[in-house]
Design a protein around this ligand. Structure first.
Ligand code: ATP
Length: 431
């Protein structure tokens, strides 16, 4: 009887350099506050005494450098304290980056090489804590007044916008432990699938587009150049995944490679980058607090992310529903598409699909769009779709082949901010 209703307020005393690891219950939120001392969540300091509400299923740690007392109200899936964490090594990395930012700022008016702050890329296998480390480094930097750029190349479990995208945004304040990254004006490129293997060439092209756009922005902005960037990557580190990591390191001209939790990847990267004197490869320990997620959990997390895009974190948004005629829409797919039939090709020729070909979805194919998330491109002509970033997303709720109409949800009212829509395989079933 007592355990079922254990949602009474309780206190946890944390010693210096220890953390309280929490998985919020699946259905109910958790309230938490710092009673005394100082504590932070993934690099963001918590305000004293103010109750914060954490939504169901969130997994996080409350860490303290000098000791703190935390008060909890509500049930958790698990909560325990740990006094062995890699936080000291993480904050040491931050200190080194900080030094480089100051040096970059001091030489801002000189040549462009020395005025560039650290370009950090975080790599490692799935569930090694890459996103979490990226977040800490960004929040610590923002706390010191820098505005570093966060680049998220993780199309599966990205933290800037909907899944299936690569994106970048400046971090101007320590990241809110509940709300996450503010969605003000992120720079987003739509890949359209949850894994790069659906179209590796397109993934590379989009990474390049994103990097070039950022490069242009940095040219006119000494402040963001000096603050540098933190690039989070996918957990796919074998075969093509490894090639894509090298591609990202090159494309973003990373000068600090942080390798989390895998000796083999560290030694591979150290060897392959050893001739580049300005690139540091650093091995860091994975935190014991990182929660592993299987394929099903990841799939679910993607659904929640899409839901959150339209409805908000706690149902605080209400999307608008619209009906449109097929013929007024211009929906494109990238790559694949119907190939020339074998019979139409010279004998012996392989019908190779062009991975970057734009294929218009015709009115008899509209049924395929049901439950897809479509990106609204800023392109002004179809040829610009691949090189254009996207304004946002719509969700196809119904297709009416008889009336030749589709019904969709949009987060904002009024006409769509772009004429061309892009479809991939990213779908969602509203429950
Ligand atoms: P991916 O495999 O998707 O690339 P990742 O390596 O980026 O994952 P994270 O997303 O950083 O891993 O961490 C996985 C989960 O573990 C997240 O829900 C995160 O909030 C949680 N987590 C990370 N560190 C801790 C910690 N010290 N205590 C409790 N939870 C943690």
């Amino acid at each position: 009887l007592a355990s079922a209703s254990a949602s009474t307020v309780r206190q946890v005393k944390l010693d210096r350099e220890s953390e309280l690891r929490i998985e919020v219950a699946n259905e109910t939120p958790l309230r938490l506050r710092v009673l005394n001392g100082n504590a932070e969540i993934f690099g963001t300091e918590l305000p004293p005494e103010i109750w914060l509400t954490f939504p169901p299923r969130l997994k996080f740690a409350v860490f303290t450098w000098y000791g703190a007392t935390i008060e909890l109200d509500g049930t958790t899936e698990t909560d325990y304290t740990a006094d062995e964490t890699p936080m000291v090594s993480y904050v040491n990395v931050h200190a080194i980056l900080e030094g480089r930012r100051h040096r970059a700022r001091a030489s801002a008016s000189k040549d462009s090489d020395t005025s560039q702050g650290p370009r950090v890329i975080v790599v490692g296998p799935t569930d090694s804590g890459k996103s979490t480390l990226s977040r800490m480094l960004l929040s610590w930097a923002a706390k010191q007044g820098w505005k570093p750029t966060f680049v998220d190349l993780d199309i599966g479990q990205g933290s800037i916008t909907a899944p299936g995208c690569i994106a970048a945004t400046p971090i101007e304040m320590p990241i809110d432990p509940v709300e996450g990254i503010p969605l003000e004006m992120p720079l987003v490129y739509f890949f359209g699938h949850a894994t790069p293997s659906n179209n590796v060439d397109l993934y590379r092209v989009l990474v390049k587009e994103l990097a070039q756009t950022l490069e242009k922005q940095f040219t006119g902005n000494a402040e963001s150049r000096a603050a540098g960037m933190v690039v989070n990557t996918m957990g796919w580190i074998e075969g093509v995944g490894y090639e894509l990591l090298l591609h990202a390191i090159d494309t973003f001209s990373a000068n600090v490679v942080l390798v989390l939790g895998q000796e083999k990847l560290f030694s591979l990267l150290r060897d392959v980058l050893k001739n580049r004197p300005n690139v540091d490869v650093v091995k860091l320990q994975k935190s014991g607090g990182v929660v592993s997620r299987n394929t099903k959990v990841r799939q679910k997390a993607r659904s929640y992310r899409i839901r959150e895009y339209f409805y908000g974190l706690v149902n605080d948004l209400s999307p608008h529903s619209y009906v449109a005629n097929f013929n007024d829409l211009h929906v494109y797919r990238i790559g694949g598409g119907p190939q020339a039939p074998r019979s139409a090709l010279p004998i012996g020729a392989d019908p190779v699909a062009n991975p970057l070909r734009l294929v218009l979805v015709t009115s008899d194919q509209v049924q395929e769009l049901i439950h897809l998330v479509l990106a609204v491109s800023y392109a002004e002509e179809p040829e610009q779709i691949i090189s254009s970033n996207v304004a946002g997303f719509i969700y196809v709720t119904e297709v009416d082949m008889g009336r030749k109409q589709i019904k969709y949800l949009s987060p904002s009212a009024g006409v769509l901010p772009g004429k061309y829509l892009v479809a991939g395989t990213l779908s969602w079933i509203e429950t």
